[in-house]
Design a protein. Sequence first.
Length: 135
Amino acid sequence: MAQHDFEDLVETFAFLDDWEDRYRHLIEMGRDFPPLDDALKVPATKVEGCASQVWLVPRIEGGRFDFAGESDAGIVRGLIAVLHTLYAGLPTGAVGQVDAQAELARLGLDEHLSAQRSNGLRAMVGRIRQTAAAA
């Protein structure tokens, strides 16, 4: 069910030789992800359960899901960018059908993230699914 852009990301991660290269790529994705306006960094957009500061701001237009986001940690900004690649543009009803754990495992993230980062990632996915379901 993964989107074309996510499939491209899977191919990129497969091409990179080791986790260090993938980690660097993830951080670069975070650097390239558009920053969130400070006015949107409010308690309502903050994702609880993350070790870092994380904000996700959903946008639903024409029945399609999208979001902006930011974190104070580079690796987490990269994870936000990965989730954006996985979910952005999907019909809101399809968001809950994405098996995020399986899709992210294709990138090897399940094997290389700390327990805290994994918990934060699950919290972000939960927020995304909850927001799309409420739309």
